[in-house]
Design a protein around this ligand. Structure first.
Ligand code: CO
Ligand code: ZN
Length: 333
């Protein structure tokens, strides 16, 4: 599974330009699903048929990652940029970004800018061009880039850019590769444009109109020095979301997930996230409403170039997805 996580996290997929990621996923799952299609917004929909007594479940993991878009190229060849999704200043200065054509640049701050007063418009990208003419040979206004950083294997713990949410994609890929003929019919949707407002999940859910919606995404932890108080830690199991800013998990869905973890001895922890959201925020408001929840992968340093997960939590999330696929959902949804 580490090889899959490396492959997915090292791919380039800023919001709206996720085809490199969806292409990789397609290759990984094509022999393990009954149908595979791409919809108008670029969502990759993988269908695995269940039995007649099963329900229709939509799983969503987003393929896009936060990034930057070039807004201006000055006479000296420096690039100015706007954020794609929640990109923080402290994660940018001194780090490198990579554009789809492979061009790499370093992000730095204007010399006169004070750290305390730093805003994104005081940062620039240096791609090593000596002039505007030289820069436009490599990049154009409107091109999207992402953090440039390699995957690191620390044993049980892994560091990479875009664990948010390639780790959720990896969980779904792994589950699909392990499943034979599940009880429930699964629509595994590798969604687009989550980081800019849950956009892919919104249209996908409308089209599928599932009986149950489950997002797979990262969540924050409270286990680093002086962290904001939060009862989620790395290595303590799959996090079952109670609420975040986008969504309150349907009580029956939350109870289903807890019950499955208890019955199958899957390590889990309850998650209350006071900020942020996931694709479940869009899915549960579809049409007349879809009972929904979120299975979260505890992750440190979310939205930085070095997001850290624990492989044992990832495995717990895979086991929970497999349990949901086989669960009797009569009376739940
Ligand atoms: Co995110
Ligand atoms: Zn995410």
């Amino acid at each position: 599974m580490k090889a899959i996580i490396r492959q997915l996290t090292e791919a380039c997929g800023p919001s709206g330009y996720e085809t490199e990621v969806t292409g990789l996923i397609k290759d990984l799952i094509k022999d393990h699903v009954d149908e595979l299609r791409t919809d108008v917004l670029g969502n990759l929909v993988a269908v695995k048929h269940g039995s007649a007594e099963g329900k229709r479940i939509m799983f969503a993991a987003h393929t896009d990652e936060i990034g930057v878009v070039i807004t201006y190229i000055d006479d000296h060849g420096f690039l100015r940029f706007a954020p794609i999704g929640g990109v923080g200043i402290s994660t940018l200065v001194g780090n490198r970004v990579r554009f789809a054509n492979g061009t790499i640049g370093v992000v730095y701050q204007e010399g006169k800018a004070e750290w305390k007063e730093l805003t994104l418009d005081k940062l620039f990208i240096d791609i090593g061009a000596a002039s505007r003419e030289e820069a436009v040979q490599k990049v154009q206004v409107g091109q999207f880039g992402v953090f440039h950083r390699e995957f690191t294997d620390l044993g049980d713990r892994l560091i990479a850019k875009s664990m948010d949410d390639r780790i959720g994609c990896a969980v779904l890929v792994e589950a699909l590769r392990k499943l034979d003929r599940p009880r429930n019919t699964l629509y595994c949707v590798f969604t687009t444009q989550e980081e800019v407002g849950l956009r892919g999940a919104r249209t996908a859910a409308y089209g599928l109109d599932p009986d149950l919606g489950l997002a797979l995404d990262v969540t924050l932890t409270g286990d680093t020095p002086e962290a904001k108080r939060m009862a989620v830690s790395l290595g303590q199991g799959a996090a079952i979301k109670v609420k975040d800013a986008s969504h309150i998990a349907h009580p029956r869905v939350k109870d289903l997930l807890v019950g499955l973890c208890e019955a199958k001895n899957i390590p889990y922890q309850m998650e209350v996230l006071e900020w942020g959201g996931t694709d479940a925020g869009a899915i549960h408001l579809t049409k007349e409403g879809v009972p929904s929840g979120t299975i979260s992968i505890p992750t440190r340093y979310v939205h930085s170039p070095s997001e850290m997960v624990d492989l044992r939590d990832v495995q717990a999330c895979v086991d929970l997805v497999l349990a949901v696929a086989e669960a009797d959902l009569e009376g739940v949804v």
